[in-house]
Write a protein that binds this ligand. Structure first.
Ligand code: C2E
Ligand code: CA
Ligand code: CA
Ligand code: CA
Length: 277
């Protein structure tokens, strides 16, 4: 029987209601923030495991909400996708990142690859390629220093069109990464089919490295798999010296993580970039 069941449902509903209201509020706030140009980009260095030199940076979007403070992109990007604003936000991100590359160059920095996250919906949209071409043209970006990060799930849908788009991006000189590698539910056959340059091992594997038995073996296997297909392998979420030592022993190529640097404002990185090489 349903003893006290009614109360439970009521409680549950009002909680859901609150969550729903919260979501609606956030939706309209995201729209406003975009109009008012309140998003910023932070940059996290990608570092060579052997030399500890910066070989690139990943652009990560930031939003400081007037009342709620910092809101994670892991929260608002999925909402932006749902309300269709992701295409405009993605365009802004790409534009801003390309402009920053040019600014750094003007300040005398050595060129490093700048990586931008692109959501599945964006890459699958008709006209994505033309959009990238236009932004590269307008900003004066050197496409040989532009990298696009996509998750494995996003390229598995609509595979044929996606491969075409990826090939065209590569022909422009842009490089491609598979982000969050190991977390998708797809087969790995695409490693052979897709014209990609880098595999980024998801940070959840590094997090478990010295905690969960088997994690070390999984990371090793992923590095080897990447190398077998001629890809460079990037470890994400390297927080400790012991993690770096481990991936160095396994011949991982590059890493990102708090150990070297958190994502920081462009100005904070420019000094480091003028000292590269
Ligand atoms: P991601 O692409 O996998 O980015 C890596 C995330 O790990 C970033 O979180 C970064 O701040 C964080 N991180 C870096 N090093 C460490 C570390 O050593 N330890 C830990 N615990 N975390 C580390 P962030 O910036 O909050 O971004 C979260 C996700 O939001 C990103 O995951 C990406 O999927 C999405 N995202 C961020 N910016 C954009 C964007 O411009 N466009 C799109 N479509 N998605 C974005
Ligand atoms: Ca990424
Ligand atoms: Ca990632
Ligand atoms: Ca992620």
């Amino acid at each position: 029987g349903k003893v006290n069941g009614g109360d439970k449902i009521l409680e549950y509903n009002s909680e859901l209601r609150e969550t729903y209201d919260e979501l609606l509020l956030l939706e309209s706030d995201i729209r406003k923030a975009f109009k008012l140009n309140e998003f910023k980009l932070a940059y996290q260095p990608k570092v060579d495991v052997e030399t500890n030199e910066i070989i690139g940076v990943e652009a990560l979007i930031r939003w400081e909400h007037g009342k709620k403070g910092k809101i994670s992109p892991a929260t608002f990007i999925p909402i932006a996708e749902e309300i269709g604003l992701i295409h405009q936000i993605g365009e802004w991100v790409l534009q801003e990142a390309c402009m920053q590359f040019v600014r750094w160059r003007e300040q005398g920095a050595e060129p490093v690859i700048i990586a931008v996250n692109v959501s599945a919906l964006e890459i699958q949209q008709q006209g994505f390629l033309e959009k990238v071409e236009r932004i590269v043209e307008e900003t004066g970006m050197d496409p040989n220093y532009l990298e696009i990060e996509i998750t494995e799930n996003s390229v598995m849908q609509n595979t044929k069109d996606c491969i075409e788009t990826m090939r065209a991006l590569r022909r422009m000189g842009i490089s491609l990464s598979i982000d969050d590698f190991g977390t998708g539910y797809s087969s790995m056959g695409y490693l052979q089919k897709f014209p990609i340059n880098y595999l980024k091992i998801d940070q959840s594997f590094l997090k478990d490295l010295f905690i969960e038995a088997g994690s070390a073996e999984i990371i090793k296997a992923m590095i080897q798999l990447g190398h077998t297909f001629g890809l460079k392998v990037v470890a994400e979420g390297v927080e400790g010296e012991n993690m770096l030592q481990f991936i160095r022993e396994e011949a991982c190529d590059y890493y990102q993580g708090y150990l070297y640097s958190k994502p920081v404002a462009a100005e904070e990185i420019s000094e480091k970039l003028t000292k590269v090489h």
